[in-house]
Design a protein around this ligand. Sequence first.
Ligand SMILES: *Cc1c(COP(=O)(O)O)cnc(C)c1O
Length: 455
Amino acid sequence: MASPALVPAAAEDPSFAELIAQRPHLSLHALDGLTMEEVPLARIAAAVGTPTWIYSAGALRRRYARLRDALAGAGLDAGIHFAVKANTSLAVLRVLAEAGAGADVVSEGELRIARAAGIPASRIVFSGVGKTGRELRLALDEDIHQINAESAEELAMLSALAASLGRTARVALRVNPDVDARTHAKITTGLSENKFGVAYDEAVALYARMAAMPGIRPVGIAMHIGSQITAGMAAYRAAYARMAELVRELRARGLPVERLDGGGGLGIPYRDEPAPLPEALAGAIRATLGPLGLPVMIEPGRWIAGPAGVLLASVVIEKRGEARRFAICDAGMNDLVRPAMYEAWHGIVPVGAAARAAPLSPADVVGPVCETGDTFARGRALPPLAPGDLLAFLDAGAYGAVMSSTYNARPLAAEVLVDGDRFAVVRERQGFEALLAGQRVPDWLATGPAAEATP
Ligand SMILES: *Cc1c(COP(=O)(O)O)cnc(C)c1O
């Protein structure tokens, strides 16, 4: 019998019905159980197996449109560049490309995937603190919309490269506004102690220098203060106000500023935390940057893709310990690392219709990986679970599959796109042969199986 002292309060967690009601692409059906758009998740599990990432095309389209409409409704000339690092699925990017999204990329791989998904180079922005010469060269060859430079050193490298290629790079200077986004320390980026951007006080001088550099056309300033920002609009407003001040100073010195990049970071309610809506973000942009009369771009990743995806897993075994009940799943921290890495809370909903009628009691939901950190939830109110029962981890569409690994030699999970009553595997489950692919034993060891191991 679990003692209440050992089990953290699960009573305050939102109920399954409340979690589903907040996510319009999900519904509970008396016979079919948890369903995404018109496809029962159990049907996908039967066809594809588990663990599997499942994305709703409808949710991606609706969320993109909601952001676009909020910005337009505030009278802003604004472009949305999806932060590809949140979800690099070609199919997800294609859905967003068709909806009109641009892309914010942080590596050669992301740039290539965005282009392969059909996002035109003219809608791609390249961010990141450590772009290599090879990556900058590709960005120049592709003639992408904008490169966000993060340091004086990077500007020098880019200038030399562009000049040697006879090209001109459109460059925004990423400025660190030194504003606390009040989010998890691992995803705060806008403090002066963080590695991102150039110091606010050095920005004007550096922008002036950049304007004189060969191969560089300064087009504006960029910022990104962090991710999963839920603490209202105060941090955004403070950072945007500092950007506006900077633009006025640059203009006063006769320096050209064509546009502003406000970054991403808009948070989502994983549990029941209050999270700002796109209309609030649009209002904050309008109030602070609107008077400058410049085109604005934003780079949301999580807000668009997070709620659109689930990770579907099966219960391998339910283990009853002395003080706790463990639901051990076939998905682990190698698949969804957010709980281990950020202490993140994800809704966990039983898929089967019958399971939800059963009485609830606290359970620890864990994966099979040999780490105590491989724990998705502690003391979560769940029905009794039998091997093979399906669980859906909600809001796994951003920073989910992209952060997965093959730790414990566990192949990468499959990915599926749902669109109305259709679904398709958009990334095959990795086979075990992939774990050996590219590996070699050096010649001097390749003499056959070791005859006798010496202790
Ligand atoms: C990560 C990142 C984003 C996206 O952040 P979200 O929290 O997913 O919206 C946008 N811009 C830059 C520069 C980033 O590093």
